[in-house]
Design a protein around this ligand. Structure first.
Ligand SMILES: [Zn+2]
Length: 168
């Protein structure tokens, strides 16, 4: 990053299944994310604005089928050089998270940060919208729920009896 030219530099890359596989996170089954980063360097200041958009595929908590979750998140960083000291207590600066890089290290691991933010953007509870779960799996997992919902629809004996009487 020290070797970066002053001014604005834009990066765009794609984070797919292979990107998440390297973090050995078994929760992410598939990924289709576009990462847009704008790095601004001015003197000692380096700011990183990053947007992450696309989708992540996880398991549905209810039916255990694939569930594609939309992802739209991002972060802003302020990169500082030198070791993080006890005095450097502030973690934020004008809405930016402060990241410390060792002098001479010169490489900011954006991958780890992108990964963290993408995973954090997922809700704790993940399931299909109403009616979107696999009915066969749901019946197997929780037969009682399926039976209850069957009674509320027109497939009950009473429903067909009512039809008969209407025809008379
Ligand atoms: Zn489901």
């Amino acid at each position: 990053m020290n070797g970066l030219a002053s001014g604005r530099t834009e990066f765009r890359w794609y984070a797919g299944k292979a990107f998440f596989a390297q973090f050995e996170n078994s929760e992410i089954l598939d990924a289709d994310l576009t990462v847009d980063a704008v790095v601004e360097k001015s003197g000692d200041y380096i700011g990183v604005d990053c947007e992450i958009d696309g989708s992540l595929t996880v398991l549905c908590d209810r039916c255990l089928e694939d569930l594609v979750m939309p992802v739209s998140t991002g972060f802003m960083l302020s990169v500082k050089f030198g070791a993080e000291t006890a005095e450097s207590e502030e973690e934020m600066e004008e809405g930016r998270e402060i990241v410390y890089l060792k002098e001479g290290e010169g490489v900011l691991d954006l991958c780890q940060i992108v990964y963290d933010y993408a995973c954090l953007s997922l809700p704790i509870q993940r399931f299909h919208e109403a009616g979107g779960c696999n009915p066969v799996v749901m019946q197997y997992l929780n037969p009682q729920v399926v039976q209850e919902s069957a009674e509320s629809c027109a497939e009950t004996p009473f429903a067909s009896l009512k039809d008969l009487m209407n025809k008379e």
